[in-house]
Design a protein around this ligand. Structure first.
Ligand SMILES: C[S@@+](CC[C@H](N)C(=O)[O-])C[C@H]1O[C@@H](n2cnc3c(N)ncnc32)[C@H](O)[C@@H]1O
Ligand SMILES: [Zn+2]
Length: 507
């Protein structure tokens, strides 16, 4: 995936370079015309407004400089240098002497292209990045666990318009098992909610933005992925004191009801446009009542997290086309294709997601099929999409009231056993639906991927795939699931539960 993004970044940079050159040319010819007018007019003195034409004649963007800040044996550095055209150099840093020696050996073993482009160096990457301001077009951070200690220097070493590719594998922390630890690392409280994997992405984006802001910089997310047992984001970094003012309006806290699936975002800031002026104001709140209006329970509050789009949809489509055109160049084509297809269909303006199975679990009813549920939402006049972060998740702009009404209508047709009073499910079902749900098949109820028969989620590739029980621990029968013996090929696991299991196994 990183190779696909890198290739598309280089293509994008080239397009931007051409556009910049065209703009410079246009400015120059305008300036030249003005100059002629000035000379022919009264003043006679020529101005020197015209920019250097030599650069405007150069239609090829400079090859990029890549920093792999946590390189280990240099596997990624070598792949980037060998497989991606348009790279000038790759610096592979690691603080571990043995890793650097292994990297140097691997450079030698990987032929002349690797030898001419990749350099291995032993250094603490935090210090290195801090002392090389705006020196790299791409920085790759692939740490063990959290990238948080590398972010402050990473955002400084990236050139304007450059890209940060950053992984985090501390999913238990980011998914709310240790919200307080998440706060200490990322400055954000994570929640143990069904949408925790997308929230993890949004927490990581918010923390990168916060580090960038300290240097009058801001991020523009290109692609944000929750895959298997880690997350990885691809963001561009720009410098602009003015654009930075928009940051609070891109962040939000999350109120999560402790009784039902209801959640609500609380924006930190808002932007008000009046005539030609822009005002930056605090967010209006609270966006929820003291108790949940649906089930009467309290709210937990998480965040702040990134609430603006987490992908650039157009760019994602371009990466997807590029990958499809050069299928043979991607050994992991099926996986990349299925992830990007899911991402490309996500409602970009709807943060987080619900799950049909969780809604049904709250009401203790049989879940409607995805098509039936999606149809009801569409027939009610709202949008709905899947999410790449969970096979059972769905994003919708329908208010929670509408979602519960649809479920109330569903339960009318598929009655549930009587439950104890005062459970969230009983309270929700005790209210009459205001909306009459229409479950007839709606156009668009099937995703484009489903219509084309593209798998959105692939089963794990082989037996014993994925992170294992920590070395030295005795494998108990309860770890069977983790080792895929029982779940192989079944990817419909509750994300929060799966994190529990990983934590249980000490991963
Ligand atoms: C997860 S590994 C990187 C794996 C590598 N990117 C790959 O794809 O094979 C993390 C590496 O970061 C290195 N590391 C940890 N702290 C560091 C620091 N402050 N500066 C440089 N390297 C560091 C470790 O020695 C380790 O080799
Ligand atoms: Zn509730």
């Amino acid at each position: 995936m990183s190779i696909a993004v890198l290739r598309s970044f280089i293509a994008k940079r080239q397009e931007e370079h051409i556009a910049r050159q065209a703009a410079i040319k246009a400015r120059n010819s305008k300036a030249a015309t003005e100059e002629v007018v000035e000379v022919n007019g009264s003043a006679g003195e020529t101005s020197t407004k015209v920019e250097a034409t030599s650069s405007s004649e150069n239609n090829i963007a400079k090859p990029i400089r890549v920093l792999e800040a946590l390189a280990a044996s240099g596997l990624r550095a070598l792949r980037y240098a060998r497989e991606v055209e348009g790279i000038a150099s790759v610096l592979a840093l690691d603080s571990d002497k043995v890793a650097v020696e292994a990297c140097a050996r691997n450079i030698k073993l990987n032929g002349s292209v690797a030898a001419s482009k990749v350099e291995a160096q032993q250094a603490d990457s935090r210090v290195y990045m801090l002392t090389h301001e705006k020196q790299f077009d791409v920085v790759d951070l692939d740490p063990y666990g959290s990238p948080s200690i590398f972010l402050d220097s990473a955002v400084q070493t990236i050139a304007d318009g450059g890209m940060l590719m950053c992984t985090a594998t501390d999913m238990a922390v980011l998914c709310g098992n240790n919200g307080e630890v998440c706060y200490s690392k990322y400055g954000s409280y994570s929640l143990r909610a069904k949408y925790c994997h997308e929230m993890a992405l949004r927490i990581l984006l918010a923390t990168i933005e916060s580090h960038a802001n300290r240097y009058k910089r801001h991020i523009v997310p290109v692609l944000s992925l929750s895959v298997d047992f880690y997350i990885r984001v691809f963001v561009r970094i720009y410098t602009s004191a003015n654009a930075m003012k928009q940051t609070p309006s891109k962040l939000a806290y999350v109120y999560q009801c402790v009784g039902c699936d209801n959640f609500c975002l609380q924006p930190l800031g808002r932007i008000v446009q009046k005539n030609n002026s822009t005002r930056y104001l605090p967010g209006l709140g609270p966006t929820v009542q003291q108790q949940c209006e649906h089930c009467g329970k309290n709210f937990n509050m998480g965040g702040p997290m990134w609430a603006a789009p987490i992908h650039d949809t157009e760019w994602v489509s371009a990466i997807l086309s590029q990958v499809c055109e050069a299928k043979k160049r991607y050994p992991a084509f099926d996986k990349i294709h299925s992830i990007l297809t899911s991402v490309s269909e996500e409602l970009i303006d709807v943060p987080l997601y619900l799950s049909i199975h969780e809604l049904s679990a709250t009401l203790k009813c049989t879940p409607p099929s995805a098509i039936v549920f999606r149809s009801a939402v569409l027939n009610a006049g709202y949008r709905i999409s899947g999410t790449h972060a969970s096979p059972l998740g769905f994003k919708t702009d329908a208010p929670m009231e509408v979602i519960w009404d649809i479920m109330r209508c569903w339960v009318k047709e598929h009655p549930v056993k009587a439950q104890k009073e005062e459970t969230p499910g009983t309270i929700i079902l005790s209210k009459e639906a205001k909306l009459q749900a229409d479950f007839s098949r709606a156009r668009g109820a099937q995703s484009k991927a489903q219509m084309k028969g593209v798998a959105r989620f692939l089963p794990n590739p082989e037996e014993n795939w994925g992170p294992k029980v920590r070395a030295g621990r005795h494998i108990k029968p309860k770890h069977g699931n983790l080792l895929n013996t029982a779940t192989e090929g079944k990817s419909f696991e509750n994300p929060a539960e799966s994190d529990d299991k990983q934590k249980e196994a000490g991963l």
